[in-house]
Design a protein around this ligand. Structure first.
Ligand SMILES: Nc1ncnc2c1ncn2[C@@H]1O[C@H](COP(=O)(O)OP(=O)(O)OP(=O)(O)O)[C@@H](O)[C@H]1O
Length: 244
């Protein structure tokens, strides 16, 4: 059974339908990569999934619960938000908090976990990421790669069913693309389910287990990564792969 199944998701901005009829599903352990031309609606889809944008229509089967977007209630919103964590484009760390406080904050204020437990969870993650010695430094005192790892640890600490990544490689120098790739492959080994929006084809090929291609507000191609990259079916995807 799919961990997440999206059916007929629609999102308008003003009168313009950005997502017209989005359908896809993912299984537990998948790394789904969302591709599409600039303006295709990739970020809007990611933001719709975690309800930073409210979809206008459609439904969701998530962790065995059926949710209709046009009748979302507080319990549905809590259900979705407690199962998703987002890693933002520039990692969005709190600059006035130390590395460990950045990881603890959502646990204490979002999940209402006791400070002592949050500290222990954060310490364990810092150790796994080989950042234990950096716990008390502020983001400005960390390298780009270290900031990136703190952003990922902050999401991972919440033990979400799915981690969403919005353009994790954008504005990174090539060496840091290597570290984020390694971090994502490490999460994959731990069977963490992930959904990633990216422009970066080479990175997508390294991390994806499944891909969808968005165009004209719809998923026009969806396949396991191997088929998606090696045997594209639609003219749109063939052209996209050739030109990127
Ligand atoms: N808050 C908003 N209000 C109005 N229009 C918006 C809003 N957010 C996005 N859009 C429009 O939705 C469309 C899709 O934007 P989105 O950022 O989802 O595309 P994208 O595929 O992620 O693009 P890119 O690859 O360039 O980041 C664009 O035409 C954009 O102008």
């Amino acid at each position: 059974m799919a961990l997440l199944k999206v059916t007929g998701l629609e999102k308008k901005f003003n009168a313009e339908k950005i997502l017209a009829d989005v359908n896809f599903s993912i299984n537990s352990g998948d790394t789904l990569v969302i591709l599409g031309k600039s303006g295709a609606g990739k970020t809007t889809l990611l933001r719709s999934l975690n309800l930073l944008e409210k979809p206008d229509k459609g439904s969701l089967l998530f962790d065995e619960r059926k949710i209709n977007y046009d009748s979302l209630d507080k319990a549905d919103i809590g259900f979705i938000r407690s199962r998703l964590a987002m890693v933002f484009q520039n990692y969005a760390l709190f600059n006035n908090k130390t590395a460990i406080e950045n990881i603890m904050e959502p646990l204490i204020y979002g999940k209402k976990i006791a400070r002592k437990t949050a500290y222990e969870v954060a310490q364990t993650l810092l150790q796994q990421m080989e950042l234990k010695g950096k716990a008390n430094l502020y983001p400005a005192e960390l390298s780009g790669g270290q900031q990136q790892r703190i952003g990922i640890a902050r999401a991972e600490a919440l033990a979400p069913k799915i981690i969403l990544f919005d353009e994790p490689t954008s504005s990174l120098d090539p060496a840091l693309v290597g570290t984020i790739t390694a971090d994502i492959l490490e999460l994959q080994k731990k069977k963490q389910t992930m959904i990633i929006v990216t422009h970066h084809l080479e990175f997508a090929e390294k991390v994806a287990t499944k891909c969808i291609f968005l165009a004209k507000g719809k998923v026009i191609e969806s396949n396991s990564a191997n088929y998606f990259f090696n045997e594209p079916q639609t003219a749109e995807l063939k052209e996209f792969l050739k030109n990127n």
